[in-house]
Design a protein around this ligand. Structure first.
Ligand code: IMP
Length: 433
């Protein structure tokens, strides 16, 4: 039974923790898009791991982790992560597989990312400056360098020379030496080689042999290049369609879809965020939720739970259930608002607008619910939650349209409520180790 776990908001929903706790149920964990712009924070026995490119499943012995063709891979960042895991006794290199069709992020992609943001001025996206967008630009323009090319000296030399020279023409005063870039790539390519595979074939064979796969999303639905708040998005398909294109599997390989949502809303970078709280309540959520980017350290913008946006996530991804995270961050609040609809130009909208200009004009319509004073932090049984917390979850389920199969009440693996009354076959009889 394969399961996709993806973000149904603007990213940073807590996917790392959810993937980590579900991993023992699966044989493989496969990422399908993005790059080291992601930052999946996982705490195991008090130790903190931030995984950027490597699937969070790597923390579990015996699990094979896959980097699909849909990713853009910065090999320097990849090996930095592998080496960091090695210092914690985790031999990632032996359990990691990288698609030959994944595209490579080169030093000039990072420069172009910074340049493009500077040129946009006030209209900047607020990217993570990792070169993600420019690497995907090269892919779509059919001049990208793929992981498989690293083993083909002729193609590699030609592509690196052409690309570096083109970039030097684009960036004023740039004299980047293509031979240096090539030498670095050759060295790193040799180290990468033992991990490189035809991922689509490998996954097909694994499924044929009865193995199960967890498909791990990065970023979130509202940052999806097609379905997100364009242009304030990342450059890949973070939503469910990315699983098929980013790994080379058919749609029937996905047998369940779990959407991770935070009990409130956050966003990092620019772009509309209808429920954003700019006053003391925004600060309160940011401080209690430690809402600072795992990759860039940037403070995240915070707001109330937006059921309109979450419902959109249900529609785009065909979600079966939610994993509701960070409930404990709301502990102690007297009142909690939930956005049930938007007001826009005298109309009430219950569906997420397709037009970003309209979305920017939307005001949230709130329903206020009573908070709870007893802590939910660390609670592991649904019946042990304060009554108002249970009511809040029930209202989220009602407004969002799918049940919450998992509720997370703290950063540790064990601080998790599994709802056995919520049937999601891929989660049946799950035990948290
Ligand atoms: P890029 O992916 O670096 O090009 O950034 C594009 C947008 O996506 C920016 O608003 C980033 O802040 C946002 N973004 C990229 N990765 C993440 C993530 O893992 N979590 C949250 N936001 C992200």
């Amino acid at each position: 039974m394969n399961l996709a776990v993806l973000g149904a908001q603007w990213g940073d929903e807590g996917k790392g923790k959810i993937v980590d706790l579900l991993t023992p149920r699966f044989d493989l964990v496969a990422r399908y898009q993005g790059g080291h712009n992601a930052g999946h924070t996982v705490y195991v026995d008090g130790a903190k791991f931030v995984l950027r490119l490597i699937p969070s499943g790597i923390l579990h012995q015996g699990i094979v982790c896959v980097i699909g063709n849909g990713l853009v891979v910065d090999p320097v960042a990849l090996f930095a992560e592998i080496d960091e895991l090695g210092r914690h006794g985790i031999d990632a290199e032996r359990r990691l597989v990288v698609s030959d069709k994944a595209h490579v992020i080169l030093p000039y992609h990072r420069d172009l990312d910074l340049l493009s943001e500077a040129r946009r001025g006030e209209r900047k996206i607020g990217t993570t400056s990792r070169g993600i967008g420019p690497a995907y630009e090269d892919k779509i323009a059919r001049r990208g360098i793929r992981v498989g090319d690293l083993a083909d000296p002729e193609t590699l030399e030609q592509n690196v020379r052409d690309n570096v020279l083109a970039r030097n023409r684009l960036v004023h005063d740039s004299t980047m030496d293509w031979r240096e870039v090539l030498d670095d790539l050759r060295a790193i390519g040799a180290r990468l080689q033992p991990m490189v595979r035809d991922v689509s074939l490998m996954l097909a064979e694994a499924m044929r042999a009865g193995q199960s796969i967890l498909f791990e999303g990065a970023q979130g639905t509202l940052l999806d290049i097609d379905h997100g708040t364009y242009p304030y998005v990342t450059s890949s398909n973070a939503s469910i369609g990315g699983v098929c294109t980013g790994l080379g599997v058919g749609p029937r390989a996905i047998q369940g879809v779990l959407g991770v949502v935070k009990a409130y809303t956050t966003r990092v970078g620019e772009g509309p965020l209808p429920t954003e709280l700019t006053g003391p309540m925004g600060t309160r959520l940011r401080d209690s939720g430690n809402e600072y980017g795992a990759v860039t350290g940037r403070p995240r913008r915070c707001g109330w739970y937006d059921a309109v946006a979450a419902r959109y996530g249900v529609r785009i991804n065909g979600l079966d259930a939610l994993a509701l995270t960070k409930l404990d961050v709301l502990d102690g609040l007297e009142q909690i608002d939930i956005c049930t609809a938007y007001r826009c130009g005298g109309n009430t909208l219950t569906e997420f607008p397709s037009d970003i200009a309209q979305l920017s004009r939307c005001e949230p319509v709130y329903e206020t619910m009573p908070g709870w004073s007893a802590p939910t932090k660390g609670v592991r049984r649904f019946s042990d939650l304060p009554e108002n917390a249970r009511r809040y979850i029930a209202r989220i389920e009602e407004l969002t349209g799918v049940p919450a199969a998992i509720v997370s009440t703290g950063s540790d693996r064990a601080d998790t409520i599994l709802r056995d009354d919520v049937a999601l076959p891929a989660l049946k009889n799950l035990v948290i180790e």
